[in-house]
Write a protein that binds this ligand. Structure first.
Ligand code: FAD
Length: 415
């Protein structure tokens, strides 16, 4: 026996599960395929968060208190939506444009909530999120792109209305100066973690087959994202309901491109400036920008949905981001300000993730609960991770809570 509980994956869920197991007096061994801990929370050497960068719903997020205890610096810029800088034809937006966009955003949210409430009252099938909001108004496509492809990571027509409403995020959003990846690295200190250990198969018993040998335990927690979970073999195979739940929760294709300003050019924008522009036509798919976080010289692009899907590699992603930034400042100024190659976090292309965070396909709104409650192998196997959280799916805090819940369930199962 190597440990009571092998934990597969050292992202937020795996770290939380391991900490909780140890607190309950159970031995564990975290098996991580990559060369670092943190998973989709990754702070690079320059201090940039290339995956998660906000502690969402910070009031109840368990990581907020942990960050404060460890003395991390938390920042709230107080804004919910992006600044709008460009309207029709790329002209600078006016105060009236901003007010109209804000009103269209409120109308979008109200229509989605009303449609979901109506469906709950009257029953009926799940529908695409994109069928609920208003259409045809001047700002409707822009708002829908923002809530869909940018925030949710996937166009609204491709995701479930019921799941969207059940997991929608509100409350305070905090950024961590030292990085969320750094926070998770600190929280993983002292845990038994084997890096560079990819698990290929999990068998009842419990045996985890890795490229460097077998790990034996009494129960297991699997925290892989749903982009790569189908590649893990289970013996006996998982119940059909569980494989269906995994298939119903794909990862959205969000990627980040970070450009570093070499000189002092800041385009007269303050720290944490957010750029956005009007969507002009059905094929227009803007990315969203955060500039100068914590006063640092970075311009960070968020690319999601079908735009991200159309960019197979770092080169094409950087080119798309530069072209987009050129709409605001001109190509020559962008080339001058950012002469160096970008840092690109291409999550969809990364074989350990294959995407960013989960959304539910239309009709798969119940999948998160199925995955969270699944207890195959006689209750000795549990799943954890952001996709398993029925309220805070897609977030680091949700992944953390789900890891703790899985650890509690396994603790009980072991008697
Ligand atoms: C671009 C981007 C922006 C985001 N922004 C935010 C944000 O602002 N706020 C927020 O809360 N969330 C955000 N998220 C989502 C958040 O990062 C995730 O929800 C969360 O980190 C998921 O944690 P997890 O433990 O469920 O999974 P993961 O972090 O994916 O952990 C799973 C681990 O398993 C490992 N692994 C994979 N295959 C194997 C294998 N076969 N054997 C062993 N190990 C394996 C992986 O390397 C990984 O470390 C963002 C994500 C991305 C990509």
């Amino acid at each position: 026996m190597d440990a009571d509980v092998p934990v597969v994956g050292a992202g937020a869920a795996g770290i939380a599960a391991a900490r909780r197991l140890r607190a309950r007096g159970r031995s564990c061994l975290v098996l991580e395929a990559g060369s670092r801990v943190g998973g989709r929370a990754w702070t690079d050497a320059a201090g940039l968060d290339l995956g998660a960068s906000w502690l969402h719903v910070a009031e109840v997020n368990p990581l907020t208190a942990l960050a404060r205890e460890l003395g991390f610096t938390l920042h709230d810029d107080g804004r919910r939506r992006r600044d709008l800088l460009l309207a029709e034809g790329g002209r600078p937006a006016t105060a009236a444009d901003r007010a109209a966009l804000e009103a269209a955003g409120d109308a979008w949210e109200a229509a989605v909530a009303a449609r979901a409430a109506q469906r709950e009252k009257q029953g009926g099938p799940d529908i695409p999120l994109g069928e609920a909001p208003p259409r045809g108004g001047r700002w409707d496509a822009t708002v829908d792109h923002w809530f869909g492809a940018i925030i949710n990571g996937i166009e609204s027509r491709r995701s479930s209305l019921i799941d969207y409403v059940a997991t929608v995020l509100d409350g305070q959003n905090l950024q961590v100066k030292e990085g969320i990846g750094t926070l998770l690295t600190r929280l993983a200190e002292g845990l038994p973690i084997r890096l560079g250990t990819r698990v290929r198969r999990l068998s009842a018993g419990i045996t985890a087959d890795t490229e460097t040998g077998c790990v034996q335990g009494r129960a297991a927690i699997v925290t892989l994202g749903t982009g790569v979970l189908p590649a893990l073999a289970f013996d006996p195979p998982l119940p059909a309901a569980v494989t269906q739940a995994i298939a119903g929760l794909p990862l959205a294709p969000v990627l980040k491109v970070a450009l570093r300003a070499a000189g002092q050019e800041r385009f007269r924008l303050p720290p944490f400036a957010r750029l956005g522009r009007m969507v002009e036509g059905p094929d227009d798919r803007p990315c969203s920008w955060m500039l100068w976080p914590f006063g640092r010289p970075w311009a960070v692009a968020y690319l999601g949905g079908s735009l991200a899907e159309s960019l197979p590699d770092a080169v094409s992603a950087e080119a798309a981001a530069r072209a987009e930034l050129a709409r605001y400042f001109g190509a020559a100024a962008v080339a001058r300000a950012f002469p160096d190659p970008a840092t690109v976090a291409h999550w969809p292309a990364d074989p350990l993730f294959r995407g960013s965070y989960s959304y539910a396909r239309v009709g798969a709104a119940g999948a998160r609960a199925v995955l969270a409650e699944a207890a195959p192998m006689g209750g000795r196997l549990r799943f954890a991770g952001e996709a398993c959280h029925t309220r805070y799916a897609g977030t680091v805090g949700g992944a953390w809570e789900s890891g703790e819940a899985a650890a509690e369930a396994i603790h009980v199962a072991l008697g």
